[in-house]
Design a protein around this ligand. Structure first.
Ligand code: ZN
Length: 304
């Protein structure tokens, strides 16, 4: 049972609306939800079957389940309408050699960042019932199923400040400045925050210890504050009252805030982009010339 990334975001929105502290990450969210009693709200989770065991009175079915290869047990329960990983990008496959296992492990590892749910490893199982019996079981887990652990993609670090940057189109986007932390081999010092509503929804505060996720080439993101590590010294995040680039008013009618001057807020960047090789391709109209035109008052808005 897990929370997909979407279920995690929705679950945290519902939870904070009810005055609860946000879940630190999808795993904590799923575990906490399974333990919860008498919650005043519901959050959604996703179930994946990864095996099937007969009950003592299952009769003939019990015997045949025990003799089926693992892959056929999974297709059997899927045929009964039980949700399995078969329909996902990381569906189980049969591998005949160690090389094939390694190929699949590498493939799943490279899909990790784009999956709609988090994974921290890959389980390699003996398929044939006879092989499983031969491997036997330890005290805690069967010896015929082994977890291959992927490198950690989540770390806890401190949220130092929030920067507000204005994009070429006038969108005002917050960016989290983090105490630098090494995740999956690269140093992470910034994380995306999308928009002000996103900050409110996550109940983020300056000085918070935050769970940061970074996998593959994706932009690092903050999953949530780790609320039980709060000291009481955390402070609210200030939202800008005027455009941090030009001082104009901010249009806050949409989730993504925008400078009311729109593209004209960053006129030089907008005009340079429009004149660029892949757009209007105006020869001779480089950034230097655009600055001169704007400074001379000859170009005052995007239409000029
Ligand atoms: Zn502006």
């Amino acid at each position: 049972i897990l929370m997909t990334n979407d279920q995690f975001d929705q679950g945290n929105a519902i939870r904070t609306e009810h005055g609860g502290a946000p879940f630190a990450n999808p795993r904590n969210g799923a575990a906490g939800t399974l333990r919860a009693k008498d919650r005043a709200y519901r959050v959604e989770t996703t179930f994946f079957a990864y095996g099937a065991l007969p009950l003592p009175d299952s009769g003939e079915l019990g015997g045949s389940l025990a003799e089926l290869p693992h892959s056929e047990v999974l297709s059997y329960v899927a045929g009964l309408g039980v949700h399995t990983a078969a329909g996902t990008d990381v569906a189980p496959v049969l591998a005949a050699t160690v090389e094939e296992v390694q190929t699949r492990v590498d493939a799943i590892g490279s899909l990790r960042a784009t999956l709609p749910f988090g994974i921290d490893g890959i389980v390699i199982k003996a398929d044939l019932a006879a092989d499983q019996r031969e491997a036997g079981s330890g005290t805690r887990a069967p010896r015929w199923a082994i977890a291959y652990k992927l490198p950690a993609v989540e770390k806890i670090t401190r949220l130092l400040s929030v920067e507000w940057n204005v994009g070429r189109t006038g969108i005002i986007a917050p960016r989290a400045v983090l105490e630098p932390v090494v995740i999956d081999g690269s140093t992470v010092g910034y994380a995306t925050l999308h928009n002000p509503a996103d900050i409110t929804r996550r109940d983020l505060r300056l000085g918070d210890q935050v769970m940061v996720y970074k996998a593959g080439d994706i932009i690092p993101r903050i999953e949530a504050p780790v609320v039980h590590l709060r000291t009481g010294d955390e402070t609210p995040i200030d939202f800008p009252e005027s455009c941090p680039q030009c001082g104009s008013e901010i249009d806050t009618s949409e989730q993504r805030w925008r400078c009311t001057r729109g593209r004209n807020c960053r006129l030089v960047a907008s005009v340079s982009y429009a004149a660029g090789r892949d757009q209007l391709d105006i020869e001779g109209l480089g950034a230097t010339r655009v600055v001169q035109l704007v400074d001379a008052g000859l170009v005052a808005d995007f239409a000029d």
